[in-house]
Write a protein that binds this ligand. Structure first.
Ligand SMILES: Nc1ncnc2c1ncn2[C@@H]1O[C@H](COP(=O)(O)OP(=O)(O)OP(=O)(O)O)[C@@H](O)[C@H]1O
Length: 247
């Protein structure tokens, strides 16, 4: 399934220049990590792709069908940067609610919610109220929400922020366990953490894409003499430097 933004322009305030102007992007197969300094426009791209917000100009489509339709919403999952706990809901109720909003019937949503929570290693927290969970646990509930309705496209906004190293490993295993036909676009500031897993890397700055290619091409920006394990970070810093951007 191909998610495409074509000539999209989007601004939050009418009196300010748009964040994305005439922006086009096609999500490749596999896992793509989305990098860029604060304010580059990563979350805005993800929100447009998720059809949470609409471009003022341009088109967002999935295999040519416009964003916002029920099949589109069912096929595309979005995990926002800020997961707000709902004090009255348990983790399972929260995830089932997302499934229901995405068009699942109540029985399926309830069943799949448990399975999704088990996948993110929260089997022991399914009945915990969301306001009692730690920040990292809450983000895993958010990931479960993205997995619950069997989406083919996952748009994840900083899913590993606030996770401890063990949780991040669990998360990486989840990514590895996704079936081949699921495409993932994942924004992160943990450059080192995910680069090895990624098939592609997109780097944004100032509302535009300054690099897009497979992970090998990205890593070619690593300066000689870089310490082992630091290649991705060094490649990212070098790429920004070469484009005149202060990291
Ligand atoms: N709700 C909003 N209202 C007004 N301006 C916004 C809003 N959200 C984002 N912006 C502005 O849009 C621009 C792009 O923001 P965006 O959140 O897409 O960047 P980002 O790359 O995801 O940044 P970060 O890494 O800090 O999450 C920034 O200048 C930001 O201030």
């Amino acid at each position: 399934m191909t998610l495409e933004l074509t000539n999209c322009t989007y601004g939050y305030r009418r009196w300010k220049p748009p964040v994305l102007r005439d922006f086009s992007y096609t999500l490749p197969e596999g896992l793509t990590i989305l990098l860029g300094p604060n304010g580059a426009g990563k979350s805005t791209l993800l929100k447009l792709g998720a059809s949470v917000t609409r471009p003022q100009r341009g088109r967002v489509t999935l295999d040519g069908s416009p964003a916002g339709t029920a099949p589109y919403r069912r096929a595309v999952a979005w995990m926002p940067q800020d997961i707000t706990p709902m004090p009255t809901l348990t983790a399972r109720e929260y995830v089932a609610y997302i499934g229901w909003l995405k068009g699942m019937n109540r029985t399926d949503a309830w069943k799949q919610a448990r399975k999704a929570l088990v996948r993110v290693n929260l089997a022991d927290q399914v009945d915990s109220r969301t306001n009692r969970l730690s920040g990292g646990q809450l983000r895993r509930v958010g990931v479960a929400g993205a997995l619950v309705h069997g989406a083919r496209i996952l748009l994840l906004d900083e899913p590993t922020a606030g996770m401890d190293p063990y949780q991040r490993r669990v998360f990486r295993d989840i990514l590895r366990g996704l079936t081949e036909d699921v495409r993932v676009l994942l924004s992160t500031h943990d450059v080192a953490d995910l680069a090895e897993e990624a098939d592609h890397v997109t780097v944004m700055h100032g509302g535009g894409v300054i690099h897009h290619g497979n992970t090998g091409t990205f890593l070619r920006h690593t300066p000689p003499g870089t310490l082992e394990g630091r290649a991705a970070e060094a490649a990212y810093t070098e790429l920004l430097r070469s484009r005149g951007v202060a990291a």
